[in-house]
Design a protein around this ligand. Sequence first.
Ligand SMILES: C[S@@+](CC[C@H](N)C(=O)[O-])C[C@H]1O[C@@H](n2cnc3c(N)ncnc32)[C@H](O)[C@@H]1O
Length: 317
Amino acid sequence: MKRTTLLFILLLLAIALPAYFRTQKKHSEIIKPDVHYVPTPQNVVDEMLAMARVGSDDILYDLGCGDGRIVITAAKKWGTRGIGIEIDPKLIRLSKGNAAKAKVEDRVTFYEQDLFETDFSEATVVALYLLPELNLRLRRKFLTELRPGSRIVSHSWDMGEWEADDVRLSSPYWLEWFPGESPKRSPLFMWVIPANVSGIWQWQEGNGSQDRKELRITQRFQKAEGVFSGPAGKNLAAVEIAGESVQITIDEVIGEKIQRTIYQGRAEGDVIEGMVTFGHGPKKENRPWRAVRLPGTMTAVDKEKKLPEKEEKKVTP
Ligand SMILES: C[S@@+](CC[C@H](N)C(=O)[O-])C[C@H]1O[C@@H](n2cnc3c(N)ncnc32)[C@H](O)[C@@H]1O
């Protein structure tokens, strides 16, 4: 080889190699997973999806999807549309390859991005296998951005004071990388996003001013309590929230008996609309019911709180 050619090659290498190492360093700096990759065993994936009652109408997000197995399994078994979010490009390539092998590329999409910067508000189901502190960092986003009735299912980790609606222990599995070890079982948690019905609600049951009812509700996650202002002797027995459904039970003590009135409805924004049932047996009567929340009285459900102050302003639904 001529000396000039050799010099030319050395010059090229002197320019190209530092640039190559610079890009490699930049690349490793970009990938900063908040938790390392550990796949959920397949039997546990199946159990998580069953627990969240995943179906063909759902939009499933796996935040930190690893090799894509959760969204791929849901797409294969139930035809669910799935979105895998993953920060590691190698795992994104692996997920795409696995989706192709499973012939579900038309149902699943993988995005290389940071799960904390992801807009997952369209999800009806979210799967997690992260860490307790990461679940907690996501909690407010779940409660404010997901629609009531959406489900979250988490492998191993809970969500602090937000009690799960369902907790189970997985069936046993063996870790692939410790074949001699005794089998393990993981706790699995499932939450349903509750409608936020905190605040002051008013409705009218007749024409008189004494027929205007008011209920002040405090809510912490999916649990609520309140104070009912109505005729003397009528008291709030329970406020129950299941996704977007709300049930309010008011009891009136009449002599030895309790007369129960049940208000049931769907909460949407500042309105709850449904039916009220008075009495029972042959005297049972159903009527349409609509309650409206006074503006500015709703509060975040993940904060400690006391009952909202009684509001004097009148708003008739
Ligand atoms: C414990 S693994 C779970 C993988 C998969 N969900 C499963 O259950 O089989 C967590 C995954 O989250 C990914 N991850 C960590 N931090 C992330 C972030 N900030 N954004 C997106 N993905 C992340 C990791 O690369 C890893 O693949």
